[in-house]
Design a protein around this ligand. Sequence first.
Ligand code: C2E
Ligand code: MG
Ligand code: MG
Ligand code: MG
Length: 291
Amino acid sequence: RSKDLGRNSFQLYKPAMNARSLERLAMESKFKKALRTNEFKLCFQPQIDAKHQRLTGLEALVRWQSPELGSISPAQFIPLAENLGLIVELDIWVINKACQQIRLWLDEGVPFAKVSINVSALHFSQGNLVLAVQNALHYWHVDPHWVEIEITETSFISSLPEAKKVLTNLKKLGVKIALDDFGTGYSALSYLTQLPIDTVKIDASFIAKVPDEYGNSQIVTAIIALAKSLRLGLVAEGVEKAAQLRFLEQLECYVIQGFYFSKPLYPCEYVRFIAQKKFSVLASLPEPLLK
Ligand code: C2E
Ligand code: MG
Ligand code: MG
Ligand code: MG
């Protein structure tokens, strides 16, 4: 069609391009403003050891509450931030906010457990992840054993040696490493032994289909066996139903993150959650002993 229109097609096409780049510009300025004006919030989803009814961790999950656009899901704005080249800035904000929250909980005597922080795969090729984590720990006076960094297999595509270097340096800081969304990406099982990974998170898409779907249950069974034989920690994500929990418990996979136990909670909600004392929290060492 545009061929028929010859030269004029250019004029027909151009306004659309402009609209798109204007929209992009508008989103970019909204996103930058959001970073400046604290429109992002962190919530924390409990990870529960179902065997001992114990809190073993909290995953920090970012939320954007925009006055103009309403509440926007990270599934939407993380890809946007990656496209705009602003993901490193957002990740650094999250790392700092999570450490600030840890400091608050320590000061207020709120029981909690290690906090997992998601970082984009792009953070491995841009920015300095190790320095960002080190600075935040230092600034908020937080011991590294409280922090775990969640990465995905996408982080290894561009350069495995580079990823290995970054992860090794993170481990040297004393933080833990979890491999998120395991099994969905560019999985090579050798990553598990080549890289200093502490914990594997079984992706929610697998959990959604157990115990009903035959092939799927076999995959989950195999992931659990593999992680156990490599002595890695395991977390099952997206557990919503008792039948899923029972299936995992039979395989001795006890650490669960999902709506079955709790949705992600804002700090004020978390305080109420933990005050119910439905779950214990492993007593941690007094702070001075950790220094
Ligand atoms: P993820 O890291 O795999 O996080 C788990 C997602 O599953 C969260 O979605 C959580 O709310 C959701 N979820 C947990 N339990 C259940 C359940 O039982 N059922 C269902 N249906 N969903 C459950 P959320 O918070 O929307 O985050 C989506 C993704 O956005 C995250 O997936 C992560 O990849 C990314 N993300 C979130 N926060 C950050 C962040 O601070 N930085 C970066 N770089 N990425 C983030
Ligand atoms: Mg995650
Ligand atoms: Mg995940
Ligand atoms: Mg994910």
